[in-house]
Write a protein that binds this ligand. Sequence first.
Ligand SMILES: *[C@@H]1O[C@H](CO)[C@@H](O)[C@H](O)[C@H]1NC(C)=O
Length: 386
Amino acid sequence: LIDRGHGVCTSLYTGLITQTIITIPTGRLFTYELMRETFQSDIDPRTHLYVGHFHDDPIIFKCNLQNFPDLPEWLRFTQRHPKDNGFLYGTPVSPGKSIIEIHAVNKRSYDTAKLILVIKINEEKMLPYQAEFFIEQREIEKVLPPSVQGEVKRDLQNLWKTEALEIVNITNALDRGGRVPLPLATCFEGVYVKVGSEKYFSDCLLRVLTPENQRQFKPPGGCNFCRIPSNCITWCKTELFDLTNPEPAPPAPTMGSGILESGGDFDPPESPPSRDFFPDYIVTVIVPLVIAIILCVLLAYIMFGRREGLSKRNAKTDQIQLYHHHTIHGDTDELRNMAANRSAPLPLSTLPMFNSRTGERASPLQSDSVPLIMAQHDPYSDTLPR
Ligand SMILES: *[C@@H]1O[C@H](CO)[C@@H](O)[C@H](O)[C@H]1NC(C)=O
């Protein structure tokens, strides 16, 4: 009874809706971690009752903008595996409000829960100096947790020599044309991290612009600030963006009046000179035809003109060999006949008197030759096959 009561409880809680409101600025990275544990306890409140008894159920998330099939352009979702947490991340560029619906589905029990995430985006000034770094030995899900973002940011703060540094964007290298790595422990997809600051680039960062540094994999001496090996940046893929003096927009195209200038009457081109197709015809039709006929004749001569003929071959063969050959053929035919027909006559060779060469039979009574098996006088006759 108690168990049944729980079942009712669970189904009442299924489809639970919660709402969260978040306010974020434009031009800064936004990350929201979808925790499996929280969703699981929303879906199945029994986990509260039995403290410490946490089913490690696979949970998948489906996210979309309310009343739309997909997420807004600036927002992306990633979840590596149903047993990992999911992440919503992205950088908004214009102010506004987005209502995101998140459906969580427990893949073991197929219970669902729904979260409504209201994201209010406030206008904020773009950071004027930005730089993008490539972290080769990371995957996007491993960089998005706040603790790892903090580690990466700390290294870059040291490189930039300023505390006033914000992460602007984090992108999976696969979204930027990177290749899917081999499934080996040492291969990673790679992550691009873009940071911005109010402060001008440090001397170390400016060395990116020198040509000899653009080919270097590791940061130059004195500029290597990575403390955790997997957070180290690939120096030659670093890019600096100075947004204080934006590139001048390309000049607008000059507009004409929209009317073509008058240029006299249209003069159609002459029809082209006639061509002689006879050589082409010879090459494409006659020559292959002649070759085909020659091949046919050659093949016919080989197949029919040069065959020896049965009688000529027989004449050349030893008599004894021919005889041997014929008996084999004869026996085969006989066996075939017997196999095809139940009421076939007995094989000639089982008859008492039989000339194997002519097939001529003599009546055993008339014959004065000895029977093949003298059945009456043989003491072992019972054991012999008949
Ligand atoms: C962040 O990166 C993504 C993927 O490269 C890009 O589409 C988007 O425009 C970037 N956003 C900003 C604000 O740079």
